[in-house]
Design a protein. Structure first.
Length: 368
């Protein structure tokens, strides 16, 4: 199916109470709108993802999506996106509000399944609250069992939605409203309780956060005729670190800290030094499965503090490059990484420039 996914992120978010629009606010260490992009990409259900946003120049080069400028109102942004793809032979279009970062791939798959026999599919949840409505000065009860709280993403046959949008001249809150206003049938399916819309800052606190900590340490002897790798990058030096792998003490200490926070033993249990397949392996290849383990269990990294202990090379000279490398390898913001260089006042193996050590402490969070 020729599916397109539209993310609406051009709003000002006045109710959020911040100078920064809510879609740019950090949530799980990423801008709010990035969660929608990541989930849509991972689903592999879409030929193209369209991000509708006002700060287009800042994101066009860095995202694996098409970026277009939005309108003053939500429905105008939606119309611009539909106009943008009208000549792309689109079968179905999913429209999503960036303020809902917690939808899952399972919801996308369910929408995709039902759109095959319908022209509109909309997820909903029920409410546990007693529900009323106001008419003039009078207030009336509503049967809460008949109240549907609709969510996004919503899925539509493109041709039907586009034709309705062209005719529409009124302000609408979502495309489901447009279908109902035109007496069009909608297939309502069960949504997800965690797929909440973030409207105010307090909404970010609706999810319980648990923090776990891990400590890592590694030390290797320096030897001649070996390349030196620290934090995933090659460092010009007369010696390299001896080890079964490339000896990258920074990545090894980080791996150990992550495994500690996850309560998964230590680096030696996963990568034993008596296995030939790990001989001379680059340490970033050892780190990648651990990062995947984090994501698969809904953890994200909140803070990483590193002490790199050596006389030479001077850490300050390579600090920014190492932080950039770690940011890329771990898919985290540079701002949550701190790297400090320490010496040992010429004491011991490290003081004699015969070894390099690294210690790390890491904090990982989980929304539950």
């Amino acid at each position: 199916m020729n599916n397109y996914f539209i993310i609406l992120a051009a709003g000002k978010g006045k109710r959020f109470g911040s100078k920064l629009p809510k879609q740019f606010s950090l949530y799980k260490n990423k801008p709010l709108f990035m969660h929608s992009i990541d989930t849509a990409l991972k689903s592999k259900l879409f030929k193209k993802i369209i991000l509708v946003i006002n700060k287009t120049n800042e994101f066009k080069k860095n995202l694996k999506v098409d970026v277009i400028k939005g309108g003053k109102e939500r429905y105008l942004s939606s119309k611009k996106a539909l106009d943008y793809i009208k000549d792309k032979k689109v079968n179905n279009v999913f429209i999503h509000d960036a303020a809902r970062p917690n939808f899952t791939i399972n919801l996308l798959k369910n929408l995709n399944k039902h759109i095959k026999k319908n022209k509109a599919v909309v997820p909903y949840i029920n409410t546990d609250n007693s529900t009323k409505y106001r008419q003039g000065r009078r207030i009336f009860n509503l049967n809460r069992e008949k109240v549907l709280l609709t969510q996004t993403p919503q899925c539509f046959e493109f041709k039907t939605l586009y034709n309705l949008t062209k005719k529409n001249k009124t302000l609408i809150n979502d495309e489901a409203t447009l279908f109902l206003n035109n007496n069009q049938k909608i297939k309502f399916i069960k949504g997800e309780e965690n797929n909440l819309k973030i409207t105010k800052k307090i909404d970010l606190k609706k999810f319980q956060i648990k923090t776990y900590y891990g400590i890592g340490f590694d030390i290797h002897r320096l030897v001649k005729n070996k390349k030196l790798y620290l934090g995933g990058i090659k460092i010009p030096h007369h010696s390299g670190l001896k080890g079964h792998s490339d000896g990258d003490v920074v990545l090894h200490a980080i791996i150990d800290a992550l495994l500690g926070a996850l309560r998964k033993k230590d680096i030696g249990s996963l990568y034993p030094d008596n296995k030939k397949k790990f001989k001379n392996i680059r340490s970033f290849k050892m780190l990648t499965p651990i990062i995947s383990m984090l994501k698969n269990n809904n953890f994200y990294i909140n803070n990483l503090d590193i002490n790199l202990i050596c006389e030479k090379p001077k850490v300050s000279k390579y600090r920014n490059k190492i932080i950039s490398s770690l940011s890329s390898l771990m898919n985290i913001n540079k701002n949550i990484i701190n790297l400090k260089g320490k010496t040992v006042e010429k004491l011991g193996l490290i003081g004699k420039e015969s070894a390099i050590a690294c210690e790390t402490i890491i904090a990982i969070n989980k929304y539950e």
